[in-house]
Design a protein around this ligand. Structure first.
Ligand code: AMP
Length: 417
């Protein structure tokens, strides 16, 4: 049975919390962006304030075994500072029974990186490249077996389980999904998970119209499923970024050296056809800021988006398109933004994404609900210092997109079922 973190009685209980402490570290192992740790603080504090003890578990990076570089010991000081409590550390997540047993209400224990064990992801490691299918199948079976023991051990440390790692909710890993089985009546979402699901549901299920989705990024091929599922829900679909040129070329335009996926022409034309049938207003760029090389200091010129000369590539939307996109956005009541509309990492090509962000901020001020999600658009809105001027900034990239596509996320299902 799913519990609520707001009503659960944590008094005298130990809560094992799956957090997402996969934070960037610099060369001397200092945390360079503590957003993810900061986001988990309300959940941790709620358990402590309720008289419980906290066991934190997370992954960091993609280690292929025990690697000092990926040790969670590097983040202890940051966690302590942010939650204002001393943090004990168990340097092996599978040998923490004594530390867990000794934990008193109000205390916090952080487990070492879960991915030091292949069992966390349940993927066999160290197979020879030329392993036969039988060997692969046997290795897979073996890891699935030992995964059960791995998860059981983690579960044995605590009385209840909280999943607060939305960013990994689309993975059926030991700590994100399988462990929930051991807490049939004592499992719940943390505040990050609750807020993420509420935000996405309010966009997908209760959206006030007009609903506009702005999709950018580099390629059509990675966005097809989300485009197709959004087509059922939106009134306006603004398509920007590198994928613009696949559409323009499919329609017969010339796009110079812009990103162009010839194998996606049919898909692009199909998307436009379906949009027409469903009455969805697809808004594509009419002009592009082009460069003669993929660099910030290249030569630049504005060209019609379907008439770009050879040797030039479209790297941002042009001035007319900025006005057109902004107009649609400002007249919307629900807005979803995923993916920058230009190469925003280069200052010369960030103006289009900034114009989109500014229009979203203005619409939000006028009462629209705006959700920004997907790694790069979040980096973008942070870079512009506008994250606190939109309704919600999602922490989940892949998880957000999969949830929006209507897929059931294992991390969500494990709590709800
Ligand atoms: P994605 O991960 O697919 O959302 O792509 C994000 C990336 O798309 C960012 O790094 C942008 O620099 C890049 N991008 C956006 N517009 C363009 C463009 N016109 N040409 C090349 N890359 C682009």
């Amino acid at each position: 049975m799913q519990q609520s973190i707001d009503t659960y009685d944590f008094k005298g209980k130990k809560a094992i919390i799956r957090v997402d402490f996969n934070v960037p570290l610099d060369a001397s192992f200092a945390v360079t962006d503590d957003t993810r740790i900061r986001a988990a603080v309300p959940t941790i504090k709620k358990v402590l304030a309720g008289g419980g003890a906290v066991i934190l578990m997370s992954h960091l990076g993609r280690p292929k075994g025990v690697t000092d570089k990926f040790s969670l010991k590097h983040i202890i000081a940051t966690v302590e500072k942010l939650i204002g409590t001393k943090v004990q550390f168990a340097d092996d997540c599978q040998k923490a029974e004594n530390e867990a047993a000794a934990l008193q209400p109000g205390q916090v224990l952080l487990l070492e990186n879960l991915r030091f064990y292949a069992e966390e992801e349940g993927k066999a490691r160290g197979l020879a490249e030329d392993a036969s299918d039988e060997e692969k199948a046997a290795a897979k079976k073996a890891i699935k077996e030992s995964q059960k023991e791995f998860v059981k051990k983690l579960a044995s440390y605590a009385d209840c389980y909280i999943n607060d790692a939305f960013g990994t909710a689309h993975r059926a890993h030991g700590s994100t999904a399988l462990i929930a089985e051991y807490f049939p009546n004592d499992k719940m979402f943390g505040y990050i998970m609750e807020n993420e699901l509420k935000a996405i549901d309010s966009v997908l299920k209760n959206s006030e119209k007009p609903f506009t989705a702005i999709l950018g990024g580099s390629k059509v091929s990675t966005k097809i499923t989300i485009i197709e599922s959004l087509m059922e829900k939106v009134d306006n679909l603004i398509l920007g970024g590198g994928m613009t040129y696949t559409f323009k070329a499919a329609l017969g335009g010339s796009v110079g050296d812009s990103i162009c996926e010839k194998d996606q022409f049919e898909t692009a034309l199909r998307i436009l056809e379906v949009a027409k049938q469903k009455g969805v207003n697809v808004v594509l760029a009419t002009d592009a800021l082009c460069g003669d090389a993929f660099s910030d200091d290249c030569k630049k010129q504005v060209c019609p988006a379907d008439s770009i000369p050879a040797g030039w590539e479209g790297m941002d939307i042009g001035p007319d398109t900025m006005v057109a996109f902004a107009e649609v956005i400002k007249n919307s009541k629900t807005i979803l933004w995923n993916g920058p509309v230009g190469v925003f990492e280069m200052p010369s090509f960030s103006k289009g994404s900034r114009a989109v962000a500014e229009a979203i901020v203005e619409a939000t001020k006028n009462g629209a609900y705006s959700l920004i999600g997907g790694g790069d658009s979040v980096a973008c809105i942070n870079q512009f210092g506008m994250a606190d001027k939109v309704s919600y900034v999602s922490t989940g990239g892949g998880a957000l997109l999969e949830y929006m596509e209507g897929l059931e996320l294992p991390g969500v299902a494990a709590i709800r079922k």
